[in-house]
Design a protein around this ligand. Structure first.
Ligand SMILES: [Fe+2]
Length: 328
């Protein structure tokens, strides 16, 4: 009862701070000149970004996340999906998830599937099973949210044009993720099945693989594993590299769109997406960045978007636009 009251107190504070920012002009101006539209020949279109890290005391985060979602509201027709690749809440607290759900529910009529996975911030501070239940009930509270099953974070979403494989740690971790043998086996089997059906697969995990997307330098920490998924990185890489048309989407690094954002390893490609809550590093460091991904019969296109201002990232920025032919 006491915990619930404290949580309500924090939530009311967050709500009041958000309302203040919505009326005092602190949100960037949103352009509606070039809203997100599905290209006529695209089979499937989705938005992906990372790390809202909405916090019960860093109130600018919720405003930045709100500004991101505001852009989705201007779309003339619903997106097939929105994927948020982890670190949804700074401290994994129920008041923080409640605020994320409130913001998402204002735009959820514009998105057919809302897919989310935990990051290290979501799982780091409390008992793993308790956090899993909290996360699941949070996703269920979002209209069109796709909740994980009880007992694990990882699951598949199968569509006609592509497949999503959502990953998540199998135990608590402060910075990395523990990917169990069971999860890797599941991943292998899903990738094999999708390959047989000739579908591109978007595998999503919060942390990138070791030595990809600018790591370890991009994390600026001591140790070769820092910023990556951690000690299961090589086992995961082995699974991904055995299949074609695999796109590994990650967050965690808070890098604005830059030369490190995309790397092509042949069978699998690594796209690291910026944060829509905290600050982005690099020369293209606007808040609220991410990508719009379109799946075509013969290719996948990824276009970087400044959601906060409703514009696409100028194409002279490296990796602002990426087109990958599918291996048929
Ligand atoms: Fe993270």
């Amino acid at each position: 009862m006491k915990i619930r009251k404290v949580s309500d107190f924090y939530y009311r504070n967050m709500d009041a701070e958000l309302n203040k920012r919505l009326t005092d002009g602190s949100l960037p101006e949103l352009s509606t000149a070039e809203p997100i539209v599905k290209q006529p020949d695209a089979l499937f279109t989705f938005a992906v970004f990372g790390d809202p890290q909405v916090s019960h005391y860093m109130f600018a985060r919720e405003a930045t996340f709100y500004a991101t979602c505001r852009d989705l509201k201007t779309m003339p027709e619903p997106l097939d999906a929105l994927c948020i690749v982890g670190d949804i809440a700074e401290n994994g607290m129920s008041c923080e998830y409640r605020m994320v759900a409130k913001i998402l529910n204002e735009v959820s009529d514009k998105i057919n599937h809302i897919v989310m996975m935990p990051g290290n911030h979501d799982i780091r501070l409390r008992a793993f099973l308790v956090q899993q239940l909290l996360f699941r009930s949070f996703v269920k509270s979002v209209q069109n949210g796709v909740p994980p099953q009880k007992g694990k974070y990882w699951f598949a979403c199968d569509f006609d044009a592509c497949r999503f494989l959502i990953m998540g740690s199998d135990r608590g971790s402060f910075e990395g993720a523990h990917i169990s043998h069971r999860q890797l086996k599941w991943l292998e089997s899903e990738l094999t099945d999708a390959e047989e059906q000739n579908k591109p697969v978007f595998v999503m995990n919060h942390q990138p693989l070791k030595k990809t997307n600018g790591l370890p330098g991009a994390w600026q920490g001591v140790g070769s594993w820092r910023g990556s998924v951690g000690h299961r990185s090589e086992a995961l890489r082995t699974v991904l590299s055995a299949h074609k048309n695999v796109f590994f989407l990650t967050g965690h690094l808070h890098q604005g769109v830059c030369p490190n954002s995309f790397e092509d390893y042949g069978s699998y490609k690594c796209l690291n997406v910026p944060t829509v809550g905290a600050n982005n590093h690099g020369s293209c460091n606007a808040l609220s960045q991410g990508y719009i991904i379109s799946v075509f019969r013969d290719r996948v296109e990824m276009r970087a978007r400044l959601f906060g201002t409703g514009e696409y990232v100028p194409e002279d920025i490296p990796n602002a636009f990426i087109s990958v032919p599918l291996d048929k």
